[in-house]
Design a binder for this molecule. Structure first.
Ligand code: KDG
Ligand code: MG
Length: 400
């Protein structure tokens, strides 16, 4: 089954998405998400200028061989641009295989290992009261797991707090927004938020929190320790994880479960974290960590060490990603982040996946069960957008 054509579709139905479409000689096509928030065109060019010419004429059924060809054949390995491009090819080839065999992709991955995928949504408020209200809105929608973020008294804005919308969107058109940061104000405040949420919602609701790479290891250890009474499902990205060893220090001090990895691109980024059991959830995604094929390898390693998967699923990952993630999720044991897309995004990417009572299912359409309406997509041209940056109160650049 020869690949005869492939193209990159960049569109912006509310936010930017990069989609790869691969077409085979018998007319079957597959889709892959290649969106790298804030650096979209670098991946689009990598695909159009370097990868697509190599795909034409190859047998679309040889998913693993094509993965290895693109990974080993580039010589320059890993990194978000390369790995997002490989991910898109891999995902599109799984879509094609599913359609060719008339089976949903999860059936090709060993079949469903459970009836649905537990997902968590994002609740946030400018202050604790607003955050409580946002969590109760999610509870009413049926969510069993909810991430809670709140504005911090003394800081004008911070990560994870939406502007009154269901879908939090941090990327700004034209120039990056500048956030201001202070770890002390944050550390003193977050335990109060979770004390209040536990009082309000009782012990059973799964509560999550994202520190978004902002703390030092010892600060993260303090936060984990002080959050212990509130039994978080996980504390996410407590420190920037380039230094995997730093999690040893955090781990020595706290039993709060830790989740890391949305910015990782390969199994090597999390090998030590998993093998030393320094984390509880690995958050690598189908779109940035080598597609379904590579994520299965990460999940296999993680399973050996009782680390579960909990893939990133913010709105900057397209519905093509969400479909692929859910097929993968159904075949393993984990949780999945699910931020709803805008209606215009959903119209551009019609999909078979669905949400009910806090769980999601990818649906039983052959392949991934997601499509792109190309004519509609062309009505939403790309607009350059950047993620925010973050500075400490004294102006020092910090991690956003
Ligand atoms: O593009 C960056 C976002 O995807 C990220 O900030 C969202 O941290 C995030 C999360 O956990 O969803
Ligand atoms: Mg995160």
């Amino acid at each position: 089954m020869k690949i005869v054509d492939a193209k990159v579709i960049v569109c912006s139905p509310g936010r930017n998405f990069v989609t790869l479409k691969i077409v085979t000689e018998d007319g079957i096509y597959g889709l892959g998400d290649a969106t790298l928030n804030g650096r979209e065109l670098a991946v689009a060019s990598y695909l159009s200028d370097h990868v697509i010419p190599l795909l034409i004429g190859r047998d679309a059924r040889r998913i693993e061989d094509i993965w290895q060809y693109l990974y080993k054949g580039a010589y320059w390995r890993r990194g978000p641009v390369t790995m997002s491009a490989i991910s898109a090819v891999d995902t599109a080839l799984w879509d094609i295989k599913g359609k060719a065999l008339n089976a949903p992709v999860y059936q090709l991955l060993g079949g469903a290992s459970r009836d649905g995928v537990l997902v968590y949504g994002h609740a946030s408020g400018q202050d604790i009261e607003e955050a409580v209200k946002a969590v109760s809105d999610y509870v009413r929608l049926g969510y069993k797991a909810i991430r809670a973020q709140s504005g911090i008294p003394g800081l004008p804005s911070t990560y994870g707090v939406g502007r009154g919308k269901m879908y939090y969107e941090p990327a700004e058109k034209d120039a990056p927004l500048e956030n201001v940061w202070n770890s002390e104000l944050y550390l003193n405040f977050v335990p109060q938020l979770f004390e209040r949420l536990r009082k309000e919602f009782g012990p059973d609701l799964h509560l999550l929190h994202d520190a978004h790479h902002r703390l030092t290891p010892i600060e993260a250890a303090r936060l984990g320790k002080e959050l212990e009474p509130y039994h978080l499902f996980w504390l996410e990205d407590p420190v920037p994880a380039e230094l995997q060893e730093s999690f040893r220090l955090i781990r020595q001090h706290t039993t709060t479960p830790l989740a890391v990895g949305e910015v990782f691109n390969s199994i090597y980024d999390c090998q030590q974290l998993i093998q030393e059991q320094l984390i509880d959830y690995i958050r690598t995604t189908v779109v940035h960590a080598g597609g379904i094929s590579h994520l299965r390898k990460i999940a296999g390693l993680a399973e050996l060490y009782l680390v579960r998967t909990g893939s990133h699923g913010a709105t900057d990952l397209s519905p093509v990603y969400m479909a692929a993630a859910l097929h993968f999720d159904l075949s393993v044991h984990n949780i999945q982040e699910y931020m709803r897309h805008t209606e215009e995004t959903d119209r551009v990417f019609p999909h078979a996946y669905s949400f009910s009572e806090g769980m999601m299912h990818p649906g039983d359409a052959p392949g991934l069960g997601v499509d792109i309406e190309e004519t509609l997509a062309s009505k939403y041209p790309y607009r350059r957008a950047y993620l925010p940056i973050n500075r400490k109160l004294d102006g020092t650049m910090h991690n956003w």
